[in-house]
Structures are given as structure tokens and as C-alpha cells.
Unconditional design. Sequence first.
Length: 245
Amino acid sequence: MTEPVRLAKRLAEMLSCSRREAEQYIEGGWVTVDGVTVEEPQFRVLDQAIVLDKNASLLALAPVTLLLNKPAGYEAGQDGNAASLAPLLSPATQSPGDSSGIRPLKKHFSSVELVTPLATPASGLVVLTQDWRVTRKLREDARVMEHEVVVDVSGDIKPGGLERLNRVDHGFTFNGVLLPPAKVSWQSETRLRFALKGEMPGQIAYMCESVGLKILGMKRLRIGRVAMSQLQPGQWRYLLPHERF
């Protein structure tokens, strides 16, 4: 060879397979060039040694879902764009407690959609996914899916404030929407626990301020039946096959 060619083209020629299959092998992390894994089909090669892993398979290309413990200060808005979280998504930030057995691939981080918005000052669990089934579940059931959130507060709560936060007829309207009832309890003298359905960014701060409290910090611990558990700030893990929101 005298001119570099795309890795996918060279691999397709080597394997006598389609260009698309070659691309999938490469994107699946099964191909090395001079001993280094390359995941970009467009990578240019000349006379390097190209090897396909003996365990290579196109059957394990299922879409993935990531659970991330977002630190405060990172934007995680409602537009689905996960670009602002990109610095937190890499093999280096995977939780050592991840028991999924899935091999991290670059495409797992570049093509995920953020489906659970969280206010920028808040921390805690957010979900990023490639799986349309997870996206549909979290969006279609957003108004009825319970979120568990702990909130550090300052100030003196108004008389009857806690009772109002828990009342079915609390009267809280946020962004023009009448909010569903919440379950709110004290965890300590300065920390409240909220369990509420259809939680929206900014909602809890509004509810707290309405009863005389100022939020100092907020962390989301659970979405539906999936909890953050031991996931440390800035770390992520894969959603396990048995876990359901």
C-alpha cells in the first residue's frame, strides 16, 4: 500500500465482510492497530498490524444506560444534551463498584441522551441513555415517577410549613403547573427529605422558599426504583439488566 485508507475499509477487505460490519467491530472495541485499540472506523492505516479480537462479536452491541452522580455546578438541563457532562464520562470515572461487566467504549459516552434533568446547583443521580425504551419510560412516566431528594436548608420554617409541604391541597403552583403532593420529613435539624413525583428543576427550591427556608444544597438519591447507592460524586456506572425504573 502507498496511500493510507480508512481502517473500516481495510478490515472489511481482511474479513470479507461488509463495511458496516467492519465499522461495528471497530466501534465495539474489538480491533487493534499495532497493539492499540482503535474505535474510530475513519482512522487511517497504511501497513500497520491490524488484529480482530478472537472473541469479537456483533451480538453484544446493545444500547447502554449510564447512572451518574452529578456534582453541583454541572448543567443538566431539559434539552437532552449531555455535552456539559462530557468531562465526567470516561473509563477513568467509572465506579470501581460497577458490576455490569460491560466494556466501556467511546460510543457509550458520545451518543447518550440526558433524560432526567437536574438543576445546576444540585447534585445527585442523573440518567443518560442510548436505549429508546428507557427514554420513553422516563419521559412518558415523568409525572408519576417518584424522586427521592435530600435538601440542606437554613432559616426558620413558617408555622405549619411542614404540614403544608405534605398536604394534598398545598396549593403550590410552579411554572404554571399545580404540583402533585409530596412526602416531606426532617432528617435532621437542617436537612429535609422529599419524595415527590414529577420533580422539575427549581421546584424544590420554590417549595422551600414558600415556607421560609433557604436551600444550601440538594442531592437526588433515587429515581423510581433505581437508587444512586454508593456511587461517588463524579462517578458513573452502567444500569444493570435487572434494574427497572
